[in-house]
Design a protein around this ligand. Sequence first.
Ligand SMILES: [Zn+2]
Length: 339
Amino acid sequence: MNLQNLNQSKQDLIAKLQAVSSEADLEIFRLEYLSRQGSIAQLFETLKTLDGEQKRLVGPQLNELKKEIQQLFDDKKEKLFQQKIHAQEEKQKYFDVTISKPVAKGSLHPYTQITEQIQNIFISMGFAVADGPELETEFFNFTALNVAKDHPARQDSDTFWIDTQHLLRTQTSTVQIRTMQTQKPPIAIIAPGRTMRNEATDASHDFMFMQFEGMYIAEKVSISNLLATLKSFLTQLFEKEITIRVRPGYFPFVEPGLEIDASCPFCTGGCSVCKRTGWIELMGAGLIHPEVLKHGGIDPTKYSGFAFGFGLTRLTMLKYQIPDIRLLHSSNIQFLQQF
Ligand SMILES: [Zn+2]
């Protein structure tokens, strides 16, 4: 292209544009002629070098050419776009929404089912569901819970230490302290969650298991409040009247500490689940130790509280009569399909 025969150049460009039939070719045309480095821009550069008389003669022609080609280019672009949309619409016309592939139906994991059931019972009694991190600090897992510096639970053989300050939580009681630090009494929470212990695996032990924690803090909370709450919970969970039995127990974070047994929900005179005793050991509980309340920033002279915790894994195995903990954690579809 040159400035001497602009008319011919224009006719050539129009013909080229008419021949373009795809967006890709249109882009090539743009780069070649209409972009900043394109031929038309170069003609404008050449125009600058002409003397005044010639400039006045050729300038308007070149402007006219540029305007016209740009307009034809825009029209072409719009036309190609419309063609594309139209083609897509045509394709969708023949899309049959009634054709579907069979979808495999799943079911909720026993953990999920029982957790939801327990949560619903406690929510109906006014408890809220709380959560906490699985990677914990030594403070929340041990110190704040009144576990002595030399307690064996702190050792590597029982605990997965990440470094000297961090560990995988060995109990859900960590959530108690975290909740106390962020809420003011009255506090009523439950905290289901994963816990990890450095244990060898067998039919009833795994390095990971689920726990369920509960806590209530207010003025003048007593053992009677604890026992009434647990009895009501167990009766609703097993859908039959449950009697509870209380034995003294030691846990560093409660005082006094209690072991709670429930009358066997599966029999009336003894069965294999209760080992023919009629009782099932279910959980640890007690009134929250004043030191623990202090660590949570709560005044033990004004408030008291109860806490309880049980193995959700164990309860799930009991309720569904699952003989081996490894089945529960195996992701074995055949096993899980039963629930
Ligand atoms: Zn029994």
